[in-house]
Design a binder for this molecule. Structure first.
Ligand SMILES: O=C[C@H](O)[C@H](O)[C@H](O)COP(=O)(O)O
Length: 232
């Protein structure tokens, strides 16, 4: 798929997800280039249909974009249960397990995914894989970065501290933490790996999302239209 076709696929997925939002809903707003299109369409619907919604942003990026599109913002504290969340992913496998976190927003994204009754994951076809094999981002407490790196290496990763672009030194997340990218190659048991990473003190969250397949619907944008994948 060429770059222009990929943009169209993302647009189709995002626009389709925005149609799932109903009047009065509280919506988790994910981070990244595909959710961008969902927010754009949601903003249009707010103006065109007078839709009354509120969004819980998962990052500064999501908050800034939501404001730009006129989506009123609220917080997870105000709404610990969300009607719906719309988010992107880096990889999706046939069991609808995900790798997320290319944009370093995985910690808040997992909180929002957990809080939402239903989750719409918007992707282009390149994200659909048979076996998860992308590097898994892990958000790490800076105090424990070396200790956590050793533990991740012992699990078979090749841990790399994520460096900033247009910023010297490590990426600092919206929560003030670091990101370690862990290449495990093909991941045979993603759920088990997620649990093992979760057991490391100082590893605050990882980009594996394996426990949400029941409420996830994946919208795979194509060059024309989209394909819906769900297990329910
Ligand atoms: O931290 C970033 C998020 O997990 C994104 O949702 C994910 O990386 C997908 O982003 P994009 O839609 O730009 O490919």
């Amino acid at each position: 798929m060429h770059a222009a076709e990929q943009v169209e696929a993302k647009r189709n997925a995002g626009y389709r997800a925005a149609e799932e939002v109903r009047d009065g809903m509280v919506v988790g707003l994910g981070t990244g280039s595909t959710v961008f299109f969902a927010m754009e369409r949601l903003g249009e619907r707010i103006i065109r249909e007078g839709l009354c919604v509120a969004g819980v942003p998962t990052s500064y990026q999501a908050a800034i974009r939501a404001r730009r599109y006129g989506i009123p913002l609220t917080s997870l504290d105000e709404h610990p249960e969300l009607d719906i969340a719309i988010d992107g992913a880096d990889q999706v496998d046939p069991a609808l397990r995900l790798i997320k976190g290319r944009g370093a927003a995985l910690l808040r994204e997992k909180c929002v995914c957990d809080a939402a009754r239903s989750v719409f994951i918007v992707v282009d076809p390149s994200k659909m894989v048979d076996t998860l094999n992308a590097p898994v981002p892990v958000e790490v407490l800076p105090f424990a970065v070396e200790a956590v790196s050793r533990r991740l290496a012992a699990l078979g990763a090749d841990p790399v501290l994520r460096e900033g672009v247009k910023k010297d030194g490590p990426v600092v997340t919206d929560n003030g933490n670091f990101i370690i990218d862990c290449d495990f190659k093909a991941i045979a048991e993603p759920g088990r790996l997620e649990a093992e990473i979760a057991s490391i003190p100082g590893a605050l969250e990882c980009g594996l999302f394996c426990g949400y397949m029941e409420k996830i619907t994946v919208i795979v944008g194509e060059e024309k239209g989209c394909r819906i994948v769900s297990l329910h």
